[in-house]
Design a protein around this ligand. Structure first.
Ligand code: C2E
Ligand code: CA
Ligand code: CA
Ligand code: CA
Length: 274
């Protein structure tokens, strides 16, 4: 009989190769689909809890497949980051966001803020703030209409560099939010050192709003944010109970399936016209 560790080696080895091949295949398909303009940017409304009014939208990438399905960004974003493709794709997402803001204004729609996710490699490209500023100017978009969502992993990678870039971004009037707040288990000290506007409470905390310990953590985060003069947005609100709870906490803003799923830009414009 085979030794069990050998057996697991025999089994593991080919599957790792397959996994690598599958990833390489995905990256090359992503590269060609991006070049052929097959990626889409969808938008998920963000609402003011007190009034239910739509005050912003988060830009979210979508990669449609021939069969009508979508490959999740949770799958392809890490590959785009790893391959470096995210730098170009991210710049394109920012451009699409600016185009939408320009169109909202041309249509006389409410002045939404559009939030865009920024990856580490993108954030670290040379002259990121200056290039971004040039894009805004090209579309005649006021900097306070665009919010950058950065994660704790960006901050932790090089806190001083990040502080410098954020100061340059803020000096143009751009808004900055910390995304997935609390999941990185990182030091909280950066929060007070960086020029931030908003803190997005991760969905995993929102899901625990039904437990006593979950509420203690949420209330601590919201209180801390408010004392530091930051706005708070709760992510992944799915139920009326969750919405009521965050409204009661005076957590100003929320995003989640309860209000709206991510949708193509056209649908968002139709929704805003109503
Ligand atoms: P994220 O930035 O945390 O975005 C929020 C995710 O939560 C989105 O998933 C959104 O569709 C989902 N979501 C919103 N409300 C609810 C809800 O009520 N319940 C549940 N279960 N989920 C909700 P999505 O679109 O699949 O994106 C996944 C992640 O991919 C994003 O997480 C973000 O990290 C990344 N991503 C998406 N677009 C971009 C992009 O343009 N650039 C970069 N760098 N990353 C992106
Ligand atoms: Ca985000
Ligand atoms: Ca998030
Ligand atoms: Ca998340």
């Amino acid at each position: 009989a085979k030794n069990s560790s050998l057996q697991s080696f025999d089994y593991y080895h080919p599957s790792m190769e397959e996994e690598t091949l599958r990833r390489l295949d995905l990256v090359s398909r992503l590269r060609s689909d991006f070049a052929e303009r097959k990626l889409e940017v969808w938008f998920q409304p963000q609402v003011e809890l007190e009034t239910g009014r739509i005050i912003g939208a988060e830009a979210l990438l979508r990669w449609p497949q021939a069969d009508g399905s979508f490959i999740s960004p949770a799958v392809f974003i890490p590959l785009a980051e790893y391959s470096g493709l995210i730098v170009e794709i991210g710049a394109w997402v920012l451009e699409e966001a600016c185009k939408e803001v320009q169109q909202f204004d041309a249509l006389g729609l409410p002045e939404l803020r559009v939030a865009v996710n920024v990856s580490v490699p993108q954030f670290r490209t040379k002259d990121f703030p200056e290039r971004l500023d040039a894009t805004l100017k090209r579309y005649n978009v006021a900097p306070d209409r665009i919010e950058l969502e950065i994660t704790e992993s960006i901050v932790m990678e090089d806190p001083e560099l990040v502080a410098d870039i954020l100061r340059r971004l803020k000096s143009t009037g751009m808004q900055v939010a910390i995304d997935d707040f609390g999941v990185g288990f990182s030091s909280l000290s950066y929060i007070q050192k960086l020029p931030l506007d908003r803190l997005k409470i991760d969905r995993s905390f929102v899901q625990n709003a039904c437990t006593d310990s979950g509420r203690i953590i949420i209330e601590t985060i919201v209180d801390m944010a408010h004392r530091l003069g930051l706005s708070v947005l709760a992510e992944g609100i799915e139920t009326e109970d969750q919405a009521r709870y965050f409204k009661h906490l005076k957590c100003g803003e929320a995003q989640g399936y309860l209000f709206a799923h991510p949708m193509p830009a056209k649908e968002l414009k139709a929704l805003l016209k109503q």
